[in-house]
Design a protein around this ligand. Structure first.
Ligand code: MN
Length: 219
């Protein structure tokens, strides 16, 4: 007998198949220009938060405007899919399955309140439909441009090489906090230009060479 609601979140893989998702990790601040716009110190070590695996939204879906916020924000991000588990990783490359474009949707008003009151970020970051993702492309990824448009107008743009902590460094840091396993996704942080996403708007994240991650907020 199985009690409860059984969910098996997964992401499309380019060329066929599905990537079964275990956990979703996110890097808090990882581009100097975004750290500056949020008022932080870029010398801080990376920090992490999580989203539930069932918060995933496949590219092309439409979502309702989230409850309990007046300030839904977009965050364009590169997503790393882990294909081989490990703890205390020192050589990250063999642990990477592939890469995807993603959007770390954020209730910015609740995040600001949580920061001010020194409360957890869970309800600001880990709400329903908060992890938008495009298809995963297996294999390595060189430097590429990460960009985001809202209704076709560009709002965010950066080279991936502008990350403060590189993908291998992020994987190594995170694997010292938790054991990573195949199926884990890591949202690697967003560059400057975060801003509101309104009812009726369509938001697309692109990483050159990868499938886009598009989401539409219902009117
Ligand atoms: Mn983010």
């Amino acid at each position: 007998m199985l009690y409860g609601w059984r969910v098996s979140p997964s992401v499309a893989v380019e060329g066929g198949g599905r990537f079964a998702v275990r956990r979703i990790f996110c890097v808090g601040r990882n581009y100097a220009d975004h750290v500056a716009e949020m008022g932080g110190d870029q010398r801080d070590p990376p920090f992490f938060f999580t989203k539930p695996a069932d918060a995933l939204v496949s590219s092309g879906e439409a979502i309702p405007y989230p409850t309990a916020t007046q300030n839904l924000h977009h965050e364009a991000e590169l997503v790393v899919a882990i294909g081989l588990g490990g703890a205390d990783i020192t050589d990250a490359a063999p642990h990477v399955f592939g890469y995807a474009a993603g959007n770390d949707l954020t209730r910015r008003d609740l995040q600001a309140e949580a920061k001010a009151l020194r409360r957890p970020w869970d309800m600001a970051k880990g709400f329903d439909n908060s992890a938008v993702i495009g298809a995963i492309r297996p294999g390595p990824l060189g430097d590429a441009r990460l960009a985001l448009t809202v209704d076709g107008e560009e709002r965010q743009s950066s080279l991936l090489s502008m990350m403060i902590w590189s993908v291998p460094e992020v994987i190594c840091h995170l694997s010292r906090l938790v054991r990573l396993e195949a199926g884990d996704l890591i949202y690697t942080g967003t560059p400057a230009g975060v801003g509101p996403l309104l009812r009726g708007q369509t938001c697309t994240v692109t990483v050159a060479g990868l499938s886009p991650a598009t989401v539409t907020v219902l009117p």
